[in-house]
Design a protein around this ligand. Structure first.
Ligand SMILES: C[S@@+](CC[C@H](N)C(=O)[O-])C[C@H]1O[C@@H](n2cnc3c(N)ncnc32)[C@H](O)[C@@H]1O
Length: 247
């Protein structure tokens, strides 16, 4: 009986995650602000690796990579990347895409930095983490784990939501600034799906940090903050670029 229940649960889980992953892929392809954000993160990965002749020797970890959209972009730019994601069905989906793309410099691992015993201290040159800190039970502990798995002198890029999605306000602002078409695209491609996922997910947090809190939490974890800037929709997210000390 429990194995039947387990099988059903697995099926539902897989269906939901595949649906989530496919929707995410669709959104990613059509939604300019998301692509812009990924390009911003890639530019910082590139800047952090300045002076390294072969990108394959730069080892990057994408923490909470979801279905791996950013992970693929970093791998396609030539870096060696591992995508880490706790949700098994999303990892399966990312692995299927990896097989189709035949990328050798990319791997996906199921898990999280709290329980993962695979990554030893000082393994990675860089870590990226996009839009997951706000939903973590203990986001400060995650920062400390990122610091732990970085090599001395390694770099990290963190992006975190700073507020709940303001559906009406963002729609009105985009309509005023970019016209009705852009506002409608944003409504259906991001604001509504994101709000639905937020309503459905297990309620943890949310940890919406101001720039000062974010920077202070990074410093408490041992990082030097190199840059902080607003990004994504109407500056709804904060991006912080940080470095671990070289000693
Ligand atoms: C909004 S998605 C972002 C995915 C990816 N980083 C991106 O930007 O495309 C948030 C990710 O954080 C992961 N995650 C880890 N711990 C979580 C938690 N406690 N609550 C929600 N999501 C969590 C989810 O599995 C999901 O892949």
């Amino acid at each position: 009986m429990s194995s039947v229940h387990g099988g059903l649960q697995w099926g539902v889980d897989r269906m939901l995650s595949v649906g989530y992953g496919l929707l995410y892929d669709y959104i990613f392809e059509k939604f300019g602000p998301y692509q812009k954000l990924q390009a911003e993160v890639l530019a910082l990965v590139d800047a952090s690796a300045k002076g390294t002749p072969d990108r394959r020797n730069v080892h990057v970890l994408d923490v909470d990579c979801g279905p791996g959209n950013l992970t693929f972009i970093i791998a396609e730019a030539g870096f060696s990347v591992v995508g880490l994601e706790p949700y098994g069905a999303l990892v399966e989906l990312a692995r299927e895409k990896r097989r189709a793309k035949r990328l050798a410099n990319l791997a996906f691992s199921q898990g999280d930095l709290f329980t993962n015993k695979t990554f030893r201290d000082g393994t990675f040159d860089q870590v990226v983490n996009v839009h997951s800190l706000y939903a973590q039970p203990d986001p400060r502990a995650l920062l400390a784990h990122v610091h732990r798995v970085l090599k001395p002198g390694g770099h990290a890029v963190f992006v975190n939501h700073t507020r709940r999605a303001d559906v009406a306000g963002t729609f009105a602002e985009l309509r005023r600034r970019e016209g009705l078409g852009a506002a409608l695209r944003c409504l259906f491609l991001w604001l509504l799906p994101h709000s639905l996922f937020e309503a459905a997910r297990r309620s943890i947090g949310p940890h919406y940090w101001s720039e000062q809190e974010f920077a202070a939490n990074l410093r408490a974890a041992g990082f030097t903050v190199l840059e902080a800037r607003r990004t994504f929709l109407n500056g709804a997210s904060l991006l912080l670029w940080a470095r671990k000390s070289a000693e």
